[in-house]
Design a binder for this molecule. Structure first.
Ligand code: ADP
Ligand code: MG
Length: 403
């Protein structure tokens, strides 16, 4: 499958496909992206870009004619389209795996069936379900749409003692779509693991990263995480188990909550490279994007070794002085070990992921100091990462001091 004319068909038009295309081009491959209507500009690096909606029969025909193998760069691709593509082309990950990950009800039921720890939840299809679910959970909770949510979209917090009116208003805001109500976890930390699984069933995990969110959007990721080694390794083992249980081929992002007792709960699964794995481009022997290509082309998996500790900082649209004017990047260019990645998106909007910066150094503390120094400039501030509980957990000097 790996050859100069091999064309990777990618469903989705965002930055993950863009970074996949960079790696594919470096490796001499061709890339076709079907954005489904995403006109943000992130797809521009592909050899061929189709911007038609996912329902277009002519775009489907072109996608099938030109691609040798297909993959997804985001999970919200209609299931029927994935099934059709799969009838004609090798699709990795499979429509079944993506179908589980794209729907929180299926995803949580799958995890529960495999005895994988998740946040307590209830399925909610009516306002009455919601009221009952809140009583049953007996705690502050978060209502989430079962499908199509990302970066905190499609979520609504509810207090345990929410009034009837608040419950009704939360339900109305979901427009009647199926939802889950999840117990709000008292978060000590968030971790994630990128796991890769090849066509022959070999799996490889990257070191767990520690993720700091702001307004439900990933803000920073630290690699390696500052969690105790045993906890990070447990997360890595759980991620491998999930990839095997899904009979997964490709790169899978597994998000974890660490609760107040230091227990791991699986938050959600991303059937594609993941935002918390962007440091792998600059800090690991094989980036998550090259790894995805290796998986779907049946090549041997690459080493997941972290070469240098890294801090990844997401650049959201609010850093832009206005929709079409980028910030002054001088502080980034002047910081040693800092790599600027921009996704070619227009226009800048609050909450929109426009790019990221990876700061590497010989220790994680130094990488963080570099990131902090950079943010003290006109570009910043990125604010305090909230790691109080992790800090109080037993620190592992080996992980913390790097490699
Ligand atoms: P998305 O698909 O938008 O990433 P998530 O379910 O991962 O949705 O939620 C985004 C973020 O919101 C999480 O990473 C976490 O910081 C916060 N969050 C979501 N659910 C919960 C929960 N049950 N308890 C505490 N925090 C939560
Ligand atoms: Mg998430």
């Amino acid at each position: 499958m790996f050859g100069p004319e091999t064309c990777i068909g990618v469903l989705g038009g965002g930055q993950l496909g863009r970074m996949l295309a960079v790696e594919a081009r470096r490796m001499g491959l061709r890339v076709l992206k079907w954005t489904g209507g995403d006109e943000s500009g992130a797809a521009r690096l592909a050899d061929v870009v189709l911007t038609d909606p996912f329902g277009s029969a002519s775009a489907l025909q072109r996608f099938l004619d030109l691609s040798d193998v297909a993959t997804v760069e985001f999970e919200n691709v209609p299931r029927e389209l994935l099934e059709t593509v799969e009838e004609h082309l090798p699709l990795m990950p499979s429509s079944k795996a993506v179908g589980i990950c794209q729907n929180r009800i299926r995803e949580k039921s799958f995890l529960a069936d495999h005895e994988l720890p998740t946040t307590p939840f209830r399925v909610v299809r009516t306002e009455a379900d919601l009221a009952l679910a809140l009583t049953e959970l007996g705690a502050d909770a978060i209502l989430k749409t079962a499908e199509a949510g990302y970066d905190g979209k499609g979520q609504r917090a509810l207090r345990a003692n929410a009034s009837e009116r608040e419950i009704a208003s939360a339900w109305t805001s979901m427009n009647g779509v199926p939802c889950v109500l999840e117990k709000k976890v008292d978060l000590a930390a968030e971790l994630s693991v990128i796991v890769a699984r090849s066509t022959d069933g070999t799996t490889a995990t990257y070191d767990a990263t520690e993720n700091v969110h702001r307004n439900h959007i990933l803000h920073m990721a630290f690699a390696p995480s500052r969690a105790p080694t045993a906890l990070a390794e447990k997360a890595e083992q759980l991620a491998s188990r999930i990839a095997v249980a899904l009979d997964y081929v490709g790169v899978l992002g597994v998000e974890f909550f660490v609760d107040g007792h230091g227990e791991l709960l699986v938050n959600e699964l991303a059937p594609r490279p993941h935002n918390s794995g962007h440091h792998t481009i600059d800090a690991c022997e094989t980036s998550q994007f090259e790894q995805q290509l290796r998986c779907i082309l049946g090549l041997p998996l690459g080493s997941t070794k972290l070469i240098r500790p890294a801090v990844m900082w997401n650049l959201l649209g609010e850093l832009w002085p206005n929709a079409n004017t980028p910030p002054n990047w001088s502080p980034v260019f002047e910081t040693p070990g800092a790599k600027l990645h921009l996704y070619g998106k227009h226009p800048a909007k609050a909450g929109r992921k426009m790019g990221h910066v990876t700061f590497t150094a010989s220790t994680l503390d130094e990488a963080l100091a570099r990131a902090e120094a950079c943010s003290l400039s006109p570009l910043g501030p990125f604010g305090e990462p909230n790691c109080a509980v992790l800090d109080s957990m037993s620190r592992d000097s080996e992980r913390r001091q790097g490699l």
